[in-house]
Each structure stands twice: as C-alpha cells, then as structure tokens.
Design a protein. Structure first.
Length: 151
C-alpha cells in the first residue's frame, strides 16, 4: 500500500520541481510573488510550441468591478503586445470580480509560445489594471524570459 501511495506522489513532486518562484521587477502595485511552470532556472526557458503557466500573487490597491490583463515583450527596446491575449482578467484566471482594495489576489495565466515566435531572451511586462475610465494599475511586474527552440 505504501508503494502505491508513493507512486501517486511522483507526478506531484515532478510538478514542484518544474515550478519556480522567480525574481521580478515591480512596476506598480504590490506584487508578493510570481511563479512560472515549467521553469528550473532563471531566466525561464520556454520552448516554442509549448506553453507556460504564470501564477501571480498580488494585493489590490483599489476597488474594481472589472480587471484587464496586458502583457508585452521588450524586443530591441520596443515593447510589443503579446498576440492573442484574452484581456478580461476576471474570466478564466482564478479571479472573481469585483475586487476590493487591499484584497489578496491570486491569478493564473497560461501563455502559448507560438512556433513563429523568435528565439530570444527578453523582458516581459505583465500588467493588471482596472477596466474603467480610471485605468489604474493594480499590479505590474517585469521578468526575464527566454524563448528557445523546441526540443
């Protein structure tokens, strides 16, 4: 029985090894932590044709009925928006809107790294804002990422 239980733990342990809390540069709001799956060392290497799961823990600095997520990549000093992004942060990202000021927020975003993306090391900027006329930054961070050839 113990052997069978151990076998069920192996996939969970593998997942823990592949997820990494990463260093990030805050650019607004209060970001407590960011983790990336799969990632074993920084900068996280994401193969083309795969996906990465980003888990963010931040604190809301305002009341908001709706939230909008934007992601950019810095390529040669020019920030380009991530293509195909679903910007409504209240749908499918583990967030329930409305949110209150000082509320702990934990959201998850899965990013597909398309095969046509360039092989490049870049800095990505993730920004969660109110989706209203205030356009207030709830949390923002920048983190290095490396797009590599598929294995």
């Amino acid at each position: 029985m113990n052997c069978v239980s151990f076998l069920f733990l192996i996939p969970a342990l593998i997942c823990l090894v592949q997820s990494k809390d990463i260093q990030f540069e805050p650019c607004g709001g209060t970001v407590k932590s960011v983790s990336v799956e799969p990632c074993v060392k920084e900068p996280c290497e994401i193969p083309k044709g795969s996906s990465a799961k980003i888990n963010v823990h931040c604190v809301s600095n305002a009341n908001a009925d709706k939230l909008r997520l934007s992601v950019w990549a810095d390529l040669a000093g020019i920030e380009l928006p991530y293509p195909g992004m679903k910007r409504d942060a209240c749908k499918g990202k583990n967030l329930t809107c409305p949110v209150s000021e000082n509320q702990d927020l934990k959201y998850t975003q899965i990013f597909e790294v398309k095969k046509f993306f360039p092989t490049v090391q870049t800095k990505a900027r993730f920004e969660l804002k109110t989706n209203d006329d205030q356009d207030m930054v709830i949390c923002c961070f920048k983190a290095p990422v490396k797009v590599v050839a598929s294995k």
